[in-house]
Write a protein that binds this ligand. Sequence first.
Ligand code: NCD
Ligand code: ZN
Ligand code: ZN
Ligand code: ZN
Length: 424
Amino acid sequence: METVVEGRAFYQGDLIECCIGIEGGKIVSIKKVLKGEKHYNYSSKLILPAAIDAHVHFRDPGLTHKEDFQTGTIAAAFGGVSCVFDMPNTLPPAISSETIKEKLDSVTKKAWIDFGLFGGCVSSFKPESIANMVIGYKLFMSSTTGVLLVPDDQSLTKIMTSVSKTGKVIGVHAEDERMIRKLPEKNLLDHDRNRPIEAEISAIEKLVSNFSENRVHICHISSTRSLKSIRGTKFTTEVTPHHLLLDNTCELGAFGKVNPPLRNRNERELLFEAFIRGKFDIIASDHAPHTIEEKEDDFDIAPCGMPGVETTVPLMLNLVRRDLIDLKTFTKCACERPAEIFGLLKGKIEVGFDGDLIVVDHKKIERIKAENLHSKCGWTAFDNYEAIFPRALFVRGMLVMEDRSIVGERIGRNVVVKGEKSQH
Ligand code: NCD
Ligand code: ZN
Ligand code: ZN
Ligand code: ZN
């Protein structure tokens, strides 16, 4: 066997002591004893599938003073993430085959972990022309960071119909633009008031009543009331760590300004409750770095979004340690479901899947500190939170991070290979 990773692995719902054999990047055997040319023995440490973060903004090209694909993927690696899906609100926006080709050329050279790119939806575009290059499509129903157009109802229908023919998933930022107030904002309560939960529900209800059979993925859901609206559809659902752990009374100022907004404490608690009961398909960071300088500007003009790709898994692993979330729910939402929804053989320790693994020492509790993180933006909303950072990350059997250092070679690649059929 090329590579063997030994430890207490999360396999078919249980932790078992075993050897995971990897050849050509894929898991080929899981047995009590295996011999490998490279043999990594982690004895009693946990081996979990690496996470897939299906919602990041790595700002490359065009906004690389906030992040680029190198710093973004390195931050991801330290956070136990072996694959990210990058959003199209870059500069230029990733909406045509030219812009996406260019983006691919530029980011592939910088990727330390695997990735897929979302194609942005605008009124005038032809989704089939980029179908073989993107992991999925992204539609913004309201204005947020970037210039991607918010379509009118007619364009929305056209986009939904043409995207459904590609068979790919369409991720939606669901807030109803018409219900967003533009009153001046001084704090997180004002931001919540300007973009109320009702705006999220209204956008979701529009999608439910018109496109309930489409492969719609609702990004960053901020209220359990939205979850209820989705019941009975084929839609998949996403929640972020910040909506689970932070609320609009946190003293973060504009550093807590994000779309959709942080809600009140009660909403947050209900959301957390729903998450631990397995009501969400996936957890994703919505890693949206902005500079400290921008965030220190007047609250009203500071941009929306916060980083998170490096802290999602560590925060969740700490909640697993505290028995607030079970390991099954965590791996389902962070690893298995993102892979299934987007058609990848990743996110699971199972024969035939990519050898994407993390090594976790549950006794090593740390506190999150901005200066120890790797995003270019240099700040975090989770300062001083307890976390368990993975000790190692394998991407397709290759060690990328070990003992809190990047090791090996830059092997990240686009998971969308031209002509290759996904598992669906
Ligand atoms: C995101 C960004 O900055 O790109 N901001 C945010 O508040 N979430 C855009 C988005 O996902 O809406
Ligand atoms: Zn969004
Ligand atoms: Zn986003
Ligand atoms: Zn499937």
